[in-house]
Write a protein that binds this ligand. Structure first.
Ligand code: ACO
Length: 433
């Protein structure tokens, strides 16, 4: 087996750390230790307390926390594969519903499988009275994220399985995928209805009850009353959502798994992901990017704005990505959609500002040296606005597509040994004794 040879200069001991497919195990690093010192007698002791070497990785920049078979990303070569199908092939030949099944259950669905899930989802999409009541307590112009959490919380409180999860001695879902699947399908239904109710409430529209013959996307647009008015929206989002359905262990998917590792139910776990999804360095960047575009207003003001960013006056939101050191492969596919819906895109003058930023930034050494490029979420947001959505609804709607991927990871975690996620810290303040 390949291994890493480590010489510990503190003790003179050497260690062979196995390398498995480019990874070493943190537990093997933990075996590298120095003997504990008895400070009173100043001698080495056989301590039971581990003094093993630890890895400090703030922001998890080089640490894998799960083994997964769902999505493969190579950020250097610009490759994304879902269950080993490349994203381009899926984008051109399938719709979102197929991808949802592929990610969660590992294969492309039959019509009978689609119908079965549609019925289960639509059943969960019927909101109890408490959900609509909670949402109507907000002002209509309230921030979307707290409304999402409130709606999901109201759904959780009305769900018997969610409530039972916290009162059972044994794990409710681990190794019981049939029980997990019911809960998972219901969670997606709750996300869809919460988003549709918020959309209707903010736009003063009537909510349309779900239709069990429709797909997840078909139903959310149906409940919003959009597909009845403009079928193009479903056609466009059926492709765009494929690109956002999963992106392996993002900040929000990690939050879902982190919460899930406490044996929580999937509704509560997904709520943790929703919160992270709205953060400014994650999905929330879209709102900030959009606000910046509106402030810039016209392409001629772009150089002044970018120079201010370079002087440290804030970040260029919608730019940069932790994983991609080359072009995000989703951007090419988003551009295909943008040219398909060119007429609708051109109606938004901010797209010209965004393109001017892209042109300026792509030739500027600051952005080139740091590999900073427009991220797929920024460009995708123009498709949402072209389809008639207000910017404030974009993250909420895209979190419905992403909750599918996050729940695929949650389901996968149920087939692995139970292990509470609990990172370590390095304590750096002085100790009195
Ligand atoms: N604008 C200006 N400078 C940037 C930007 C940006 N958008 N992103 C990174 N940088 C600079 C940093 O200042 C840093 O410069 P330095 O080396 O001189 O200190 C360097 O690039 C590296 O930045 P990090 O923050 O260390 O990179 P990291 O990989 O941790 O960050 C992130 C990735 C958070 C996405 C970052 O690029 C960012 O803040 N972008 C803006 C927010 C955004 O668009 N987020 C959405 C990402 S997509 C998604 O999550 C849905």
């Amino acid at each position: 087996m390949e291994h890493l040879e480590v010489l510990d200069s503190r003790t003179g001991k050497s260690y062979k750390i196995p390398i498995d497919d480019g990874y070493i195990r943190a537990a093997d690093i933990g075996k590298i230790n120095v003997p504990e010192r008895d400070l009173v007698n100043d001698v080495e002791t056989e301590s039971k307390i581990s003094r093993g070497l630890r890895i400090l990785d703030t922001g998890y920049q080089n640490t894998a926390c799960v083994e997964s078979s769902i999505t493969f990303i190579d950020g250097h070569r610009g490759i994304i594969r879902y269950r080993d199908f490349n994203i381009e092939q899926l984008f051109h030949n399938y719709v979102f519903e197929d991808i949802m099944h592929l990610l969660i259950w590992g294969h492309l669905p039959t019509q009978a499988e689609k119908d079965h899930v549609r019925v289960g989802m639509a059943d969960a999409m019927n909101p109890p009275e408490s959900v609509a009541k909670v949402l109507s307590a907000f002002p209509r112009d309230a921030e979307t994220m707290p409304m999402m959490l409130a709606g999901m919380s109201a759904f959780a409180a009305a769900d018997e399985t969610v409530c039972a999860t916290r009162h059972t001695q044994k794990a409710m879902f681990q190794g019981r995928l049939d029980v997990a699947d019911v809960a998972l399908v219901r969670t997606i239904g709750y996300m869809a209805t919460t988003t549709a109710l918020i959309y209707c409430y903010k736009n003063n529209k009537d909510f349309t009850p779900p239709d069990p013959t429709k797909s997840l996307l078909g139903n959310i647009l149906w409940m919003m009353g959009i597909s009845q008015e403009n079928p193009k929206v479903e056609e466009c989002l059926n492709k765009l959502w494929i690109l956002y359905a999963d992106h392996e262990i993002t900040n929000s998917t990690a939050a879902v798994l982190h919460a899930g590792s406490t044996l929580l139910d999937p509704v509560s776990a997904v709520m943790s992901g929703v919160i992270c999804g709205f953060g400014p360095l994650h999905g929330g960047a879209i709102d900030l990017a959009y606000e910046a575009l509106a402030t810039i207003g016209i392409p001629e003001r772009v150089p002044y704005f970018i120079e201010a960013v370079k002087r440290g006056k804030g970040r260029l939101f919608g730019y940069g990505h932790r994983i991609y050191k080359t072009r995000d492969p989703r951007l090419t596919l988003i551009e295909e959609l943008m040219s398909k819906y060119k007429e609708e895109m051109d109606a938004n003058p901010l797209i010209q500002v965004s393109l001017a930023i892209d042109k300026y930034a792509s030739q500027d050494p600051y952005f080139i040296e740091r590999n900073l490029k427009a991220n797929a979420d920024l460009m995708g947001c123009f498709l949402y606005t072209a389809m008639g959505f207000d910017p404030e609804m974009i993250i909420a709607i895209s979190s419905v597509s992403r909750c599918v991927g996050a729940l695929a990871h949650w389901r996968e975690s149920l087939t692995q040994p139970v292990k509470l996620w609990r990172p370590l810290q390095k304590y750096v303040a002085p100790l009195a004794n």
